[in-house]
Structure formats: structure tokens, C-alpha cells
Design a protein around this ligand. Structure first.
Ligand SMILES: Cc1cc2nc3c(=O)[nH]c(=O)nc-3n(C[C@H](O)[C@H](O)[C@H](O)COP(=O)(O)OP(=O)(O)OC[C@H]3O[C@@H](n4cnc5c(N)ncnc54)[C@H](O)[C@@H]3O)c2cc1C
Length: 293
């Protein structure tokens, strides 16, 4: 690994100053992606700006309308938070699948997002839950829907000198539920061949008032399956309509053949995992599990 400066700011303002001062500096959160990349690819990095002591991005705030999760909050902390497990189940499940307990104690939510891997396990759940990304940089603060944050594998909408500050997720209405499934060869310490998240809200008559489906590892970036969502709006939930949504989602996906799985197998997995995620989301919506009151 090449030599680099290690900088340890204690506030967001100081971190942004350091990033402006060293144009080739990178933010360092848990280092579970970045340090591996630096070792393996000998990626030259002039300086690392550690986010460890940037207190503003280590906070979790929960109110009637939204939950705000600081970018540096650890995956393990969020996955174990009962409010997240109840109201934002797809996110808690996705973060709870990352690596191992040791990895989840180091890995941050923001790092999982900013690494911009198509297979990041937190992201489909976040997309299904309608998340906003809050970014800070030399020009001030801006927010964008998370689905526009991902540009290409390993590339996000972050501009030089910018940091992901937090993500904001609206509180799901009553009679809502969400879930995430992934397929891997090993239960742990493996990367998703396919990930599928679903979120459902039911109306008073038990029909689907709103539904979101998001997929990982089947396109250059994590994606919403917008056409599949359309068949769900206004429908009575059940096996047939969920299976149909899965088939449409598989047609929308753009998977590749690689060493881990063929594109055809990934499409098949999209059908199965989407249906299962919808079934689990429905069960939570019916039992009132997803509201988080
Ligand atoms: C053994 C092992 C198993 C793993 N298993 C999984 C798995 O099952 N599922 C999965 O999804 N991932 C997995 N990962 C990947 C990794 O743990 C996650 O992506 C993790 O969440 C990254 O967070 P971090 O804090 O370590 O990020 P870092 O490595 O510190 O940073 C990652 C990238 O994001 C940037 N960054 C970090 N924070 C910010 C910020 N606030 N603003 C701007 N840029 C930022 C960094 O500059 C870097 O480019 C695994 C990794 C290992 C080593």
C-alpha cells in the first residue's frame, strides 16, 4: 500500500475543509471496502479523511414523520435498532446480512451506499422505502432521491469534496410492511447474486394502496422495478399478482453472466425473491408490524 496522509477531523466543517485542501483525499468510514481496495489494487490515495470523530454524522433521529440516519452509523447498530426492525424492516434485514458481526461493527451505512456496489445489501431496502440522500460539500447542502445517487458500478453522484451526511426515510403509513431477501451460495460472508426488497401499504379494504420493488445485483446500479410495481397498485394481494410482479421485474432487470451466476439464473431468482419479499411485506402490513408506532 502506498503512503498516505491520515486526517482526523472532529466536525463536519473541518472534514469538508480537509477534503477541499486535498483534492485527491477520500473519506474513510469503517474501511471495510476502502482499505481492501487500497491494498488489493494499490489505488493511490493522497489522504484519508477519517469520519470516526465527525459527531454530526453518527446520530440517529426518529420522529413522527421520518427517521434520519447519520452516514457514519454502523450497520450493526441500525440492524439491532427495534424501531428500524419494526418500521423499516427491509433496511434492518439488509444491514443484518452484511459480512459478519465483526464487519457490521465496522461497516457504516454511508460506506455501503457510497461504495456504489450494485450488490450492496442496504440499498434495495432503502430504495423500496423511498429514501432521500443528504449530501454536504463546498457549495452547501443538497438532497436527492437515493435512486438517482447511483451512476455506474462504483460511481455515485457525489462530486469531489462532497460527503454523504445522512439519509432520511419517511415513516411508512399505517398498514405498511417491507422486507428484503438475497440469494448467496453461503449464508454469510458472501455477495448477493440477486437482492430483492419490497414495501407494501394496504388500504382500508385490504387492497394494495402503494407498493415498491427494488433489486440489487441485476443491473449496473441498484434499481426500482417500476413496471412490476404498476400491476400491484389497487390489486388484492396474493400469490398470482405477486408472481406476475416478479416476472415483470425479471424482464426489467439487466443482469450479466459472470463467474457467480448466469443472467438467466439471476432472472429466475428475481421472480422468486420478489414474490417472497412481497409476501413477507404483506404479512407485516396485515399484522401492523410495519408502522413503528
Ligand atoms: C469480509 C467482508 C464481507 C462483506 N460482506 C458484505 C455483504 O454481505 N453485503 C454488503 O453489502 N457488503 C459487504 N461487505 C462490504 C462492506 O462491508 C460494506 O460495503 C460497508 O458497509 C462499507 O462501509 P465502510 O464504513 O466500511 O466504508 P469504507 O470502506 O470506509 O468506505 C467505502 C467507500 O465509501 C466512501 N465513503 C464512506 N463514507 C462516506 C461518506 N459519508 N460520504 C462520502 N463517501 C463516503 C469511501 O471514501 C469509500 O469510497 C463486506 C466486506 C468485507 C470485508
Amino acid at each position: 500500500m502506498k503512503r498516505f496522509e491520515y486526517l482526523a477531523p472532529t466536525s463536519l466543517a473541518e472534514a469538508l475543509e480537509m477534503l477541499a485542501h486535498y483534492p485527491n483525499a477520500l473519506p474513510l468510514a469503517g474501511g471495510t471496502d476502502l482499505l481492501v481496495q487500497m491494498k488489493e489494487s494499490h489505488r493511490p490515495v493522497e489522504a484519508l479523511v477519517s469520519l470516526k470523530r465527525v459527531f454530526e454524522i453518527h446520530q440517529v433521529e426518529h420522529n413522527e414523520a421520518v427517521i434520519r440516519l447519520g452516514a457514519a452509523v454502523k450497520a450493526g447498530v441500525i440492524a439491532a435498532d427495534e424501531r428500524v426492525q419494526t418500521a423499516y424492516t427491509a433496511l434492518a434485514v439488509g444491514l443484518g446480512l452484511i459480512g459478519s458481526r465483526q464487519i457490521r461493527n465496522m461497516a457504516s451505512l454511508g460506506g455501503n451506499i457510497c461504495n456504489a456496489s450494485p450488490s450492496a445489501d442496504s440499498v434495495p431496502g432503502l430504495l423500496a422505502l423511498g429514501t432521500l440522500a443528504v449530501i454536504v460539500g463546498p457549495e452547501g447542502e443538497r438532497s436527492l432521491p437515493l435512486e438517482t445517487f447511483f451512476v455506474a458500478p462504483g460511481k455515485s453522484a457525489l462530486q469531489p469534496g462532497e460527503l454523504l451526511k445522512e439519509i432520511v426515510i419517511p415513516r411508512p403509513p399505517e398498514n405498511s410492511g417491507s422486507f428484503y431477501f438475497r440469494h448467496t451460495t453461503r449464508a454469510w460472508m458472501d455477495i448477493a447474486f440477486v437482492g430483492a426488497a419490497a414495501a407494501i401499504t394496504l388500504d382500508g379494504g385490504g387492497r394494495i394502496a402503494n407498493a415498491c420493488i427494488a433489486l440489487g445485483a441485476v443491473a449496473p446500479t441498484p434499481m426500482r422495478a417500476l413496471e412490476a410495481e404498476k400491476v400491484l397498485f389497487g390489486a388484492m394481494p396474493g400469490h398470482e399478482v405477486f408472481e406476475e410482479a416478479g416476472r415483470i421485474a425479471a424482464a426489467e432487470a439487466r443482469p450479466i453472466d459472470d463467474l457467480r451466476a448466469s443472467a438467466d439464473y439471476r432472472r429466475h431468482l428475481v421472480i422468486v425473491l420478489t414474490r417472497r419479499a412481497l409476501e413477507q411485506a404483506l404479512s407485516r402490513a396485515k399484522n401492523g408490524n410495519g408502522h413503528g408506532s
